[in-house]
Design a protein around this ligand. Structure first.
Ligand SMILES: [Zn+2]
Ligand SMILES: [Zn+2]
Length: 135
């Protein structure tokens, strides 16, 4: 069984993902950048394969009509993005290695900041054309 573990900076939120993650994408949308400080690389797993092993610090923020964001109230780590589908998106910066995945592309490039250039050669999409949540 593939199990990937992750946690916030202080350890008040810890989780396990008991299935392979989807292909990760870097999201450059305004919400991700404001919440995290920059673009967010995230991948998804089925909710049924996601286990919160330490929920103490987890708080949800209703960031838009379609989704909420999970973060740690103790240290501020941006951890989860939930669009209320059967999949949960996790930020890859909070995972322990090995994650088993590699960034596949960039989404919401139309909202990216003016302070950096994306030049890694990976596919770039305006908006949600390459959704974090497949199917
Ligand atoms: Zn924390
Ligand atoms: Zn985003």
């Amino acid at each position: 069984m593939t199990t990937v573990t992750g946690r916030c900076l202080c350890g008040a939120v810890k989780f396990e993902i008991r299935s392979p993650l989807s292909e990760p994408h870097a999201c450059h949308c305004t919400e991700c950048r404001r919440q995290s400080g920059h673009a967010v690389v995230a991948a998804s797993a089925r909710w049924s394969d996601f286990v919160l092993t330490e929920p103490r610090g987890l708080k949800w923020y209703e960031s838009s009509a379609r989704a909420r964001r999970g973060f740690c109230v103790e240290c501020g780590s941006a951890l989860l993005w939930d669009d209320r589908s059967d999949r949960i998106n996790v930020t890859l910066g909070c995972l322990d290695a090995p994650t088993g995945v590699t960034v596949a592309g960039h989404i919401f490039v139309d909202e990216k900041g003016d302070y950096y250039t994306i030049n890694d050669g990976l596919p770039q999409f305006a908006g949600f054309d390459q959704p974090l949540t497949p199917e």
